[in-house]
Write a protein that binds this ligand. Structure first.
Ligand code: ATP
Ligand code: MG
Length: 272
């Protein structure tokens, strides 16, 4: 049985002058242990979709509707706010693009991790700190014991994103939603973070909803790919099929844009 089933999800932002239908009748599912990518150009509605799943969008201006959004047997569109709050950062965890903006600058890494562990598991105090330490080590931050006392600004962007991933994982999620998790990082760091996500996903049998505009990222990680254009799904299927034999012209244009970027990156710098 699917872990997450989304049927006919729509989101409209009501503005003073105009309404924007940011997500338009989207349906898809995520199986246990599956990596599903959502791709699309900037403004296609990826982040809105990610936030709408757990009704994280302020309403107004956002107006949400869905036939249903089902997760572990619960309909998230009829669930109470209390149920949703337990779910968010719990069985459904998020990792966003900007780790610095997601971490609390006045709390140490250890305090933030311990707080997450205490909120979402039955571990407390020193016991929770041990769990926090374990997660720091698992995401590749050695020597973790000393790092627990560090503040976010003492870490590089890549290390901060590792901490965010540790926080997300510490609540033992079944589904991790990663919205452009590597877009703000240097290229070499991007590869390391993607490898970490893939390793954690495999080791813990996690389901991953990976949101990206970068088809190379998607190709590395995703079993299935959903292509969004102007809020609607234009194509979906096994990643290999979608990327190698795209059926929709929009997907082809995304692939062409990617190919020309790669080509340019390989050219020596010059004025050409
Ligand atoms: N709070 C808001 N109020 C009004 N319109 C919004 C709001 N947030 C997003 N939008 C609009 O909704 C559409 C989808 O935006 P969204 O941020 O979901 O796209 P995205 O695919 O995540 O883009 P990006 O790749 O740049 O992150 C865009 O047209 C955007 O301008
Ligand atoms: Mg976005």
């Amino acid at each position: 049985m699917a872990l997450l089933t989304v049927e006919e999800l729509s989101v409209t932002y009501h503005g003073r002058d105009a309404d924007v239908r940011a997500v338009d009748g989207v349906s898809f599912s995520v199986e246990p242990g599956e990596v599903v990518a959502v791709v699309g150009e900037s403004g296609s509605g990826k982040s809105t979709l990610a936030l709408a799943l757990t009704r994280l969008l302020p309403s107004p201006p956002a107006q949400l509707s869905a036939r249903h959004v089902r997760f572990e047997g619960m309909d998230l569109f009829t669930a109470s706010e209390g149920q949703l709050q337990r779910l968010r950062g719990g069985r459904i965890a998020y990792v966003f693009q900007d780790p610095a903006g997601s971490l609390n600058p006045v709390l140490t890494i250890g305090e933030q991790l311990r707080e997450t562990v205490e909120r979402h598991t039955d571990r407390r105090g020193r016991d929770a700190e041990t769990v926090a330490l374990t997660w720091l080590e698992r995401v590749g931050i050695p020597p973790a014991q000393r790092r627990l006392g560090a503040y976010p600004h003492e870490f590089s962007g890549g290390m901060q994103q590792r901490v965010m991933i540790a926080m997300a994982m510490a609540s033992q999620p079944a589904l991790l939603i990663a919205d452009e998790p590597t877009s703000a990082l240097d290229v070499t760091v991007q590869v390391q973070i993607l490898r970490l996500l893939r390793d954690l996903q495999r080791r813990f049998g996690l389901s991953l909803l990976l949101i990206s505009h970068d088809l190379l990222v998607v190709q590395r990680l995703a079993h299935r790919t959903v292509v969004l254009s102007r809020g609607a799904v234009v194509e979906s299927g096994p990643t290999e099929q979608v990327l190698q034999r795209p059926a929709h012209p929009y997907t082809k244009s995304l692939l062409d844009a990617r190919a020309s970027m790669t080509w340019r990156a390989q050219e020596p710098p010059g004025d050409g």
